[in-house]
Design a protein around this ligand. Structure first.
Ligand code: DOR
Length: 438
């Protein structure tokens, strides 16, 4: 009997836990139904993927989409459009919106705004504060919640838990892995006078490596005391890689493409476009974060997509806001690193789908395996493209990589069995839904 699928992705090289090889993928009712030689099978649609690689859908576990409250920078529709055009099929969005996502009502509001309007699937981080500790056990378990996010150093927005007692109370209340912006607030306050008016290259002097290292040391100690699991966002120093290598009992961690690609030398060329927290630093730190990728210490890549308008970025430092767009450029920038031999395609998959699936307990996402959601990122490893501001779908319409030519490009994206993007065009009306967690 001829097997019948809703869709067959035929002739690609599939990259998954089974290795890298030629396989067809049959999809039924939004799920992966069969992987193998499906030459003789029938399908509603047979997509010719010869010459392309199919990866599990890329999961970006750190984006700021600014809705509600800051929608001149970004909103859930535009941010998710940027995600899909860049080959990202699921995002976890951050709580420093206005109002802050610190209550069940605020989370519910985001889920309602997102469902059917976002182009990719999603979950929302809930901000942990001094005031909502008692609610955390309930908040972190709500459908659509990615977990609890805590700012230990102040950045964009009002979320901040600077003291050990506050962090410890939150950690004791969590069961899921909580995510941390790890910079030491007392040190940031102490060094504020080191900011040089009009000179963004003083940003990493103010927010120095000690601020990040000291905070991450504190966090590891507190996580052990509370017997809690933590996730350290956007690692920016080589010393934190050594700390985290020795803290796998409690901590996972993230690297951003920015900290792997840019260095302090780029402030002269790119100015406030590369101002972010924690800052882009000297080459030795970029290389240190790379060693964390190569040695397996880094668990996931996240873009920390944090858009501000160019008008806002044009204010003289330090009035210029911190944050860089990134959700749309994560895949091309990292595929370019693959092309240059800095990491393998399998390690890229480990960092962008298997990794987040494993550490956050996603249900049905993160692998190309029978029964999983048919989420795919389809890439052309040979395609050379020049990244341009005009390609960026974010409201803010800019990227620090404007003019950069890369090798490797996302050419297709599937979300739960539906082709959401093909060759740079959205191919279906938005139908994003909350991701599920075990
Ligand atoms: O540079 C940053 N911008 N780092 C953060 O942690 C927050 C982000 C934002 O929301 O703008």
């Amino acid at each position: 009997m001829t097997r019948l699928f809703d869709c067959i992705l035929a002739g690609a090289t599939v990259v998954n836990q089974d290795g890298v090889g030629p396989r067809d993928i049959g999809v039924n009712k939004g799920k992966i139904a069969e992987i193998g030689d499906l030459y003789a099978a029938s399908a509603g649609e047979r997509l010719d993927c010869r010459g392309l690689h199919i990866l599990p859908g890329v999961i970006d576990s750190q984006v700021h989409f600014r809705e509600p409250g800051l929608m001149h920078k970004e909103d859930l529709e535009s941010g998710s459009r940027a995600a899909i055009l860049g080959g990202v099929t699921t995002v976890f969005e951050m709580p420093n919106t206005n109002p802050l996502t610190t209550s069940a009502a605020a989370l519910d509001d985001k889920i309602k705004r997102a469902t059917g309007r976002m182009h990719c699937d999603f979950a929302f981080w809930v901000g942990g504060t001094h005031d909502n500790v008692a609610d955390i056990p309930e908040l972190e378990r709500l459908p659509g919640a990615a977990g609890i996010k805590v700012f230990m150093g102040s950045s964009t927005g009002a979320l901040l838990v600077a003291d050990d007692e506050g962090v410890l109370a939150i950690l004791k209340a969590t069961r899921r892995r909580a995510a941390f912006h790890s910079e030491d607030e007392p040190r940031l306050i102490e060094r504020k006078s080191l900011r040089v008016q009009g000179d963004v290259s003083s940003h990493p002097v103010w927010r120095d490596e000690t601020a990040a290292i000291r905070s991450t040391e504190r966090l590891i100690r507190l996580a052990r005391e509370a017997r809690a699991k933590v996730h350290v966002l956007h690692i920016s120093t080589r010393e934190e890689i050594a700390l985290l290598e020795a803290a796998k009992d409690v901590a996972t961690c993230e690297a951003t493409p920015h900290h792997l690609t840019l260095t302090a030398e780029d402030y002269a060329r790119l100015g406030t476009r590369i101002q972010m927290n924690p800052p882009v630093r000297g080459k030795e730190h970029r290389d240190g974060v790379w060693s964390g990728v190569v040695q397996g210490v880094i668990d996931v890549l996240g873009s920390d997509h944090a858009p501000h308008t160019l008008e806002e970025k044009a204010r003289p430092y330090p009035d210029s806001p911190s944050g860089i767009t990134g959700v749309q450029t994560l895949v091309p920038i990292m595929l370019d690193h693959v092309a240059a031999g800095r990491l393998t395609l399998q390690r890229f998959v480990d960092l962008t789908s298997a990794g987040p699936g494993r550490i956050f307990g996603l249900v049905g996402k993160g692998r190309i395996a029978a029964g999983y959601d048919a989420d795919f990122t389809i890439v052309d490893l040979k395609r050379r493209e020049t990244i341009r501001d005009s390609w960026i779908a974010s409201h803010s319409q800019w990227t620090p990589y404007d003019g950069k030519t890369v090798t490797g490009w996302p050419v297709g994206a599937f979300v739960r069995g539906v082709k959401a993007m093909w060759d740079g065009e959205l191919t279906t009306p938005s139908r994003g839904a909350p991701a599920r967690f075990s």
